[in-house]
Every structure is written in C-alpha cells, then in structure tokens.
Design a protein around this ligand. Structure first.
Ligand SMILES: [Zn+2]
Length: 402
C-alpha cells in the first residue's frame, strides 16, 4: 500500500471524530460582525489543537474575531542552537525555519440565530448547515492534521502553521497584517477555502476593487431657476457610462455599478449624487490602467465637482510559475490518494490573495468538496473529508517548496 493510501486509511478511521467536530463548529453562529460568536469558534478550535499537542496562540484583534495560530510539526530547538528547526523523522538534514502555512477563517456570512433556524444536519454522505462548506470543514481538516502528527502518522517536511482569521468575509481589514507576517515566514500557503465545483484547487483569483464617484452639484429650484443649478444626478449618469467603457471582458476585467444615490427632492436640482462600483481585475496592470483612468475623470459639466476614490481591496492572485509548480506537486499527491485535482480561477478574493501578493506561492480551494457557499443550499461531502485530509498530509510530507 502506498504512503498516501496509509494516510487515507488513517483519516477514514477518524470519520466519527471529524463529523462530530464539524457539527460542533457549525452549531456556533459566527457572523463576521459578531466578535463573541467568532471567538467562541476560536475557543473550540484552540481546545482541539491543544488536545492534539499543537502550540496554540490566540492573537487579540480589535473590532474583529481573534486570530488563532496553531503550530505543530517541529520540535523545540534543543539540538544545534543556531535557530534551525530540526527535522522530525528520517536521517535528513534539518529544514530551514520556514513553514508550510495553512490558512482558514472562523467567520461566516450567516447571521446570529441561523444555526438554530437551519441546524447542522447529516443526510447520507452530505452535511448541511451555515458555514459548513465555507469553511468550517476546512477547520476540521487542520485539526485532523494536528492529530495525525501527534499520533505520529503525519511526518511533515516543514513546520506547519495553521492560521485562522475572524474577518475574512469582509476582506480581513483587521487581521490582514497578521496574515501577511505569517505568510512572509512561509515557503508556501495552502488555503482551505471551498474548492471549485469540480473539486479543483484555485490557482488564480481576481483582484477586487472599489471605485466611488461622488458628484457635487449646485441646488436650485427645478421649476423657477433650473439654469442656476448644476444637476449632480445628470453628471453622475454621464460618469457611470464613461466608466463602464473601462471594462475589458476579453482581459477579464469587469466593472459594475452596484450602488447609486443622490438628490434631495423631486423639484430640486440635485446638489449631490454618488455611485459605488465593484471592479474585478486579473492582474495588477489592469488595476493600474483602471485606477489611472478613474483618477483622471473630469466633469462633463465644468460647474460640477467630482470626488473620486479607487481602492484595490484584494490584490489579484496571479497564476505564477511557482503556483503552477505547487499545483503540479499537489496533483501528483492527489493521484496517489486516488483522485485528480483540477485547477481553476475565481472572481472572488480571499486571505490567500494577500499572501500571493507578497510573493508566496498559494494553492487555495483545498477545502472539502461541497457546494453552495454563501447560499442556503450549502453542503459538504462527508465522504471527502478523509481524501482531502490525505491530500493535505501528502503535500506536507512531499512538498518542500513550490
Ligand atoms: Zn471562506
């Protein structure tokens, strides 16, 4: 039997534990805005990691759920005294002190009370409930790996760090610096976000941007003094159409007006109007092109004033040669476990995007197969927990760098 098949057999023997833990995690509501709920998930996860012998640190965050760091797969440096982390296991040289980073999050998009309304349920090989796919099943995978290490089943090549944020669903505004710090110390990052519909990994993510255009006009009576006014709504309408031209579908860049507001009354020339755009870009150059054009917008009506804001909230995760190599190595492991690991891109950003942007190769979407992220149809395949855990374990045993 191959090594990967051994790992698979081990994780299959843990199925009862895995489903039970998944149920406990899903039963705690953890919307991003609810720090207390997110921290309750963190407390539960921390206890599981501690029981599995991991070194666990809770990193307090202001205005968001605390970040949890669980490290295992290396022993305290008692041998060479030069800071190199000794390698556990065979007679190989000590690995340099750089980790494999596993990335997840505790928050979900579901409000408080959702777990009571739509409780965790197992039907055959499927489990449903809020956040089961995005991404409480991914947390279970990490705990399984820590337990496998404790039970001396898993023999990783690098020290393993699992890092969980509590504000991923809103773009990790609070935890992002911590994620980036940890990524800088990593050789590669494995993201436990939901996989693509075919089970494939995510090797590219579009960058996500926000553009705000605000027009300041001049109020006037629409019936008596229309020419004294400057209509901000009319100016904004022209700007919305001008901006839409910047979209480049062939390049993969989309721009879409999602919010618009303005005016004070029907019979008043609108003194103010504002629109907010969602932008998706495949590469940093595309964002540059768009940003430059946006910041150079000029009012059509010279008496109107424009206030323009362009923010890249998630940098694009570009499919670099290193990411391709990481996916190829993971693909070999998957075949040994008994399945094929495809790849694909997605229009959405994640914490993995931040890691990729600082130059660390990221393979994302390594969570358990399922469907319906952010939807009431959300479910996960329980029979895929063991193969996905075996895939991760195999990667950690075989892949030293991208
Ligand atoms: Zn997620």
């Amino acid at each position: 039997m191959s090594r990967e098949r051994d790992l698979l057999a081990y994780f299959e023997s843990q199925a009862g534990f895995a489903v039970d833990l998944l149920g406990r995690l899903v039963s705690i509501d953890s919307p991003t805005s609810d720090k207390e709920g997110v921290d309750r998930v963190g407390t539960l996860a921390a206890a599981e990691f501690r029981a599995a012998g991991a070194a666990v640190t809770s990193i307090p965050q202001q205005g968001a759920g605390d970040v949890l760091r669980a490290a295992f797969g290396s022993e305290p440096d008692t041998t060479d005294g030069r800071g190199a982390l000794p390698f556990r296991g065979d007679a190989e040289p000590p690995a340099p002190a750089r980790s494999a980073l596993l990335l997840g999050h505790f928050d979900t998009v579901w409000p408080r009370g959702e777990a009571a309304r739509r409780p965790f349920r197992v039907e055959g090989a499927l489990a449903s409930g809020p956040g089961v796919f995005d991404m409480k099943a991914g947390i279970v995978l990490c705990v399984l790996l820590a337990r496998a290490f404790k039970e001396r089943v898993l023999r990783p090549r690098l020290p393993i760090v699992c890092l969980f944020s509590g504000d991923e669903e809103t773009g990790s505004p609070v935890s992002r610096p911590r994620i980036e710090t940890e990524a800088r110390a990593a050789r590669y990052v494995l993201g436990l976000e939901p996989c693509n519909p075919d089970g494939g990994a995510k090797t590219a993510r579009k960058g996500v941007g926000r553009v705000i255009v605000e027009v300041i006009g001049v109020p006037a009576h629409a019936g008596i003094d229309p020419d004294k006014g400057v209509n901000a709504i009319e100016e904004l309408a022209a700007q919305v159409l001008a901006l839409k031209v910047l979209q480049d579908r062939a390049a993969g860049t989309t721009l879409h007006a999602g919010l618009i507001s303005g005016g004070v009354a029907r019979n008043v020339v609108a003194p103010q109007a504002r629109a907010e755009f969602d932008v998706r870009v495949p590469a940093p150059e595309e964002w540059k092109r768009l940003e430059t054009s946006v910041l150079n917008l000029r009012p059509r009506n010279p008496r109107a004033r424009l206030r323009v804001e362009a923010t890249l909230t998630h940098p694009p995760m570009v499919r670099t040669a290193a990411i391709v190599s990481l996916h190829e190595q993971a693909g070999r492991v998957a075949r040994q476990v008994g399945f094929s690991l495809g790849e694909g891109s997605t229009g959405g950003g994640s914490d993995g995007s931040y890691c990729a942007a600082i130059g660390v190769p990221v393979l994302d979407g390594l969570g358990v197969e399922g469907e319906g992220a952010h939807a009431e149809t959300e479910r996960v395949r329980l029979d895929r927990i063991a193969p996905r855990a075996a895939l991760l374990a195999g990667i950690l045993e075989q892949v030293e760098s991208a």
